[in-house]
Design a protein around this ligand. Structure first.
Ligand code: FES
Length: 212
């Protein structure tokens, strides 16, 4: 059960009981595998990475093949659109839940190691930079200083660029770990958690944020 549902069960027990009862009892004719595949379609349609990470492994466990999981993702296309489908495919590649295919050998242009002028990054705010090699989070800590991190959550690789931006902290939407953007350290919910965001070496050179 998610943190939000647990909260609802405590704050509004009667409403939560009815809600959980609806989930439990409403679907009766579909088998487990079909239900989980339909859950994948709905999770892709509404764009919830957390839900997809929760239900795709369940579909596999209930007997769905990786081909069927891919089909479920593609079934969401009319409602979800291309971007949500591609986001879902990225998550499922990460979870190794898609069929193996030989990917075409495409020429990838070399990426610049300059992320932009430091003055373009707001002070003490998280900013995401989309790169072919993987998204980065830039957090400017001073006139000439920045912290740069990979967008992948150190827990199970969810995208922190899509996390909840609390200003100087970011909260992962999948399991709600909160990270201090100035240090990269995990602040909770478990205060004993010693995980840190994935640091990327960067500095400010001639007013530009440069990797390496
Ligand atoms: S993937 Fe679990 S907290 Fe981010």
């Amino acid at each position: 059960m998610s943190t939000a549902l647990r909260y609802l069960a405590a704050a509004r027990p009667e409403a939560a009981t009815h809600l959980m009862g609806f989930y439990k009892n409403s679907v009766q004719a579909l088998d487990e595998k079909t239900r989980f595949l339909i859950q994948i379609v709905t999770k892709v349609s509404v764009g919830t990475e957390r839900g997809l990470r929760q239900y795709a492994p369940k579909a596999l466990k209930a007997g769905a093949s990786k081909e069927e999981i891919l089909d479920a993702v593609l079934m969401a296309f009319p409602a979800a659109g291309l971007n949500k489908v591609l986001d879902a495919i990225n998550v499922l590649i990460d979870l190794e839940l898609l069929p193996d295919v030989a990917t075409p050998n495409m020429e990838v242009p070399a990426e610049s190691n300059t992320l932009g002028a430091v003055s373009d990054f707001p002070m003490n705010r998280m900013q995401c930079v989309n790169r072919a090699s993987g998204d980065l989070i830039v957090f400017r800590t001073g006139e000439h200083s920045v912290k740069v991190y990979e967008s992948r959550c150190p827990h199970s690789k969810a995208t922190l660029c899509k996390g909840v931006d609390h200003g100087t902290t970011v909260e992962c939407r999948v399991h709600n770990w909160v990270f201090d953007l100035a240090t990269g350290k995990c602040l909770g919910p478990d205060t004993e958690n010693t995980a840190t965001m994935l640091d990327v070496k960067a500095s400010v050179v001639d007013g530009q944020v440069v990797l390496g």
